[in-house]
Design a protein around this ligand. Structure first.
Ligand SMILES: N=C(N)NCCCC[C@H](N)C(=O)O
Ligand SMILES: O=C(O)CCC(=O)C(=O)O
Ligand SMILES: [Fe+2]
Length: 353
């Protein structure tokens, strides 16, 4: 046969990238090491093909992760009254604390999950908190699990460092200088961190499984997700919905709406969703590494990169590309629909009232 076999990608497996060259070399020397470019090429391919990739070789302490998982199990195993001692309503404008199953909405529908919202720990005296900036402030920690606070704060610190490293890799992957995003958007990133518990939800012939979190895209630039061994994350790839199963020792990374906007669609913020079909509960730990709240997000001046004009497969009809304004404004427009029970004034910047 003389038919040319075109080796077509089937877009069914999210790639696994060993980022150890980035971890050991980014920021350490004057010039970017050659092996960082190899990693950058893998990131480029993954972001164009999937908008998702796994990372290994990230160097995040395993004991810290085990401790975080263990304490989280302990927290969610308590009765709901105890958990409500740190309920979100007490977090005020900072948007922190616990919410029970069914309280968080995605596209207007209740998610089948409970969780705790965290973020960078800022004192009441911090300028931004005093100025009344929403989503900035102090965390709420369960007082009956003493190690919870230090474990979460240590994890946030490790992940923030990792976020900076990955953003340097993503910059290289776009042919930009290592510090491109740090210089413009993420030197002082907006950090949000959540711990979710998805109750068991085995589907039987009689019951329809509920979505742990409905289809959505993430808002910022980069999400770094730790998931336990249960599984249930699904990603909308070019070949349809595929699984992102747990891979021991890895994190799942995905790019958000702001990177989609900056790259004019070359890197897509890919829709994903979760359904826990197992008989055990599922824990997940999404860490959001986002542009500074007050910074205006603009398309990258990319002469070289081929932008992607095909908006047909975008679930939200590319609204993110029409958006003008700061990341904070974009974020607030999104999250104001997520907890309708909370007082909406909590989410409005004080200075505009
Ligand atoms: N910070 C980020 N990226 N969060 C993404 C969460 C999307 C689900 C949320 N219930 C919603 O409907 O927006
Ligand atoms: O729990 C997961 O695996 C993913 C959660 C998620 O997509 C999100 O919080 O944005
Ligand atoms: Fe997400």
């Amino acid at each position: 046969m003389t038919i040319l076999q075109v080796v077509d990608k089937d877009f069914s497996h999210i790639p696994v990238i060993d980022i150890s060259p980035l971890v050991s070399k980014i920021g350490n020397s004057g010039s970017t090491a050659q092996d960082c470019y190899v990693v950058a090429t893998q990131i480029e391919q993954a972001c164009q093909d999937y908008g998702f990739f796994y990372i290994v070789g990230h160097g995040v302490d395993e004991q810290l992760q085990e401790q975080l998982e263990h304490l989280s199990q302990q927290f969610f195993a308590q009765d709901v009254e105890t958990k409500l001692q740190i309920r979100m309503a007490l977090g005020g404008r900072a948007w922190r604390g616990y919410f029970p199953v069914g309280n968080e909405l995605t596209s207007g529908r209740p998610d089948f999950k409970e969780g705790i919202y965290f973020g960078a720990e800022l004192e009441e005296e911090h300028l931004l908190v005093k100025a009344g900036l929403p989503m900035h402030g102090r965390n709420l920690f369960p007082s009956n699990i003493p190690q919870f606070r230090e474990t979460v704060l240590e994890y946030i610190e490790s992940m923030t460092k990792l976020g900076h490293t990955l953003m340097a890799g993503i910059a290289l992957s776009l042919g930009l200088e290592e510090s491109y995003f740090a210089d413009r958007y993420t030197k002082d990133p907006l950090i949000l961190f959540r711990i979710f518990n998805y109750p068991p939800n085995p589907s039987t012939s009689k019951t329809k499984s509920r979505w742990g979190v409905g289809e959505h895209t993430d808002y910022g630039v980069l999400t770094i997700l730790k998931q336990d061994g249960v599984g249930g994350l699904q990603v909308k790839s070019k070949s349809g919905w595929i699984d992102a199963p747990p891979i021991p020792g890895s994190f799942v990374c995905n790019i958000g709406d702001m990177l989609d906007r900056m790259t004019q669609g070359l890197y897509r913020s890919t829709p994903h969703r979760v359904q826990n079909r197992s008989r055990s509960n599922r824990l997940s730990f999404p860490f959001f590494f986002d542009p500074n709240f007050n910074v205006e997000v603009k398309p990258i001046e990319l002469n070289e990169i081929a932008v992607n004009d095909d908006k047909s497969d975008r679930w939200d009809k590319a609204s993110v590309h029409e958006f003008r304004g700061t990341y904070g404004e974009y974020l607030l427009s999104k999250v104001s629909k997520v907890f309708p029970e909370l007082d909406q004034t909590v989410l409005k910047p004080r200075f505009s009232r």
